[in-house]
Ligand binder design. Structure first.
Ligand code: UT7
Length: 352
């Protein structure tokens, strides 16, 4: 059985900076509210009509491929995690393959729809493929272009002030003899009980069956499409919904649980961690987790202040920045963890 290592990493953030003060002009919010509740000071927005989720992902992927020192043609599998795909279908995996110019090869592309924990899920899938020798060089990308679909009126303020655009990517391959880098273990969890508590339900094929609220403007006529209705658009149902308090409460419970589990599986303790790279959901959540695990400030990475919550992209962007800043070096014990919509959550323990 092979051991998997991250051979290359990179990230890309759009240039356009949106400060909290810019949002004040669009909705009833304030810089103080956003900073106090989330820690966010600014976020990035992609350039409309020039950038999208695939293009951001491709820019991060190119950096990761270069950092790995391989040719893009060596990639034999793509995994793409996002909640803001360019098309409903096909997924961004094949679009990325085309964008990178590696079509015509016999590679596969898989799309992961696990929102904030998408990167951790993707990492675990890649790890299994590399361990068994099924694939040898996997490109894993987390990318989001949230700004294309948020409600920037006061109605959507509890969600729209939080999210930002960006992408991160890694190249995974088998560790060589004597290599100190390796994925020690991954833990994946889910609980669908709260599926609608953090969700983007419309458009969709649900027909209202999971919802207490039946009036989505669906027609009784069996030949009339119900995927998207005028009423959904009018009522703002085509925007994400979040029960912030429940998500916060559950996140601060699940993050420490899953981090301790991944450490325990490897026979390690929190003190041994060089760096915890949590999904950048809310600075207060990360601070809570830090306190619960009794970690020092230098053991927890945060960049939500600059980029907001970039969901599937947040962990690889943070890990990539941590590497650039010299916060992790080869052989260091690093834990990645995420929690989000589904609910789904997970962690990965790495020897960087
Ligand atoms: O990555 C996915 C996972 N997501 C998360 O982990 C997010 C978890 N949840 C959170 O981070 C927090 O719940 C939020 C930051 C989203 C919200 O903070 P909160 O302390 O839970 O605030 P709240 O939703 O209870 O709202 C408090 C007040 C309300 O006003 P009233 O009813 O007290 O008058 C809201 O209407 O703040 C109001 N509010 C805002 N005010 C100014 C909500 N959003 C805003 C806003 N600006 N953007």
């Amino acid at each position: 059985m092979n051991k998997t290592k991250i051979a290359g990493i990179g990230h890309y953030l759009p240039e356009k900076v949106i400060r909290n003060k810019d949002l004040e002009k669009k909705m009833d919010t304030s810089d103080e509210w956003i900073r106090e509740r989330t820690g966010i000071e600014e976020r990035r927005f992609g350039r409309r009509f020039e950038e999208n989720t695939t293009i951001l992902g491709a820019k991060a992927a190119e950096k990761a491929i270069e950092n790995a020192g391989i040719a893009k043609e060596e990639i034999d599998f793509i995994i793409f995690a996002t909640l803001s795909p360019d098309y409903f279908f096909p997924g961004c995996g094949v679009l990325l393959q085309r964008e990178l110019g590696i079509t015509g090869t016999e590679i596969g592309a898989l799309d992961v729809r696990n929102q904030c924990s998408g990167f951790i899920y993707g990492l675990s899938v890649a790890d299994q493929f590399i361990k068994t020798g099924h694939y040898s060089k996997i490109l894993l990308v987390g990318s989001e272009m949230h700004s294309m679909g948020l409600d920037f009126t006061t109605r959507g303020r509890d969600v729209s002030v939080i999210f930002g655009d960006g992408a991160g990517a890694v190249v995974l391959c088998a560790a060589e003899e004597g290599d100190s880098s390796e994925i020690l273990n991954t833990q994946l969890h889910s609980d669908g009980t709260y599926a609608e508590e953090l969700a983007f339900e419309c458009p969709g094929a649900h027909g209202g069956v999971f919802s207490d609220e039946k009036d989505f403007g669906f027609s009784e006529d069996p030949w009339s499409p119900i995927f998207i209705t005028d009423k959904m658009l009018k009522d703002g149902k085509t925007f994400p919904y979040m029960n912030g308090k429940l998500v916060f409460k559950t996140a601060v419970q699940k993050f420490p649980e899953v981090i301790l589990k991944t450490l325990e599986k490897a026979g390690k303790s929190p003190e041994e961690l060089k760096l915890l790279v949590p999904h950048q959901a809310n600075l207060r959540i990360s601070q809570f987790v830090q306190k619960r695990l009794r970690l020092r400030d230098d053991q927890v990475f945060s960049n939500i202040q600059k980029y907001g919550n970039t969901t599937a992209a947040s962990v690889p962007i943070a890990l990539s920045e941590a590497c650039e800043q010299g916060r992790v070096e080869r052989g260091d014990l690093v834990c990645l963890a995420a929690f989000g919509s589904g609910f789904t959550w997970g962690a990965a323990l790495l020897q960087w």
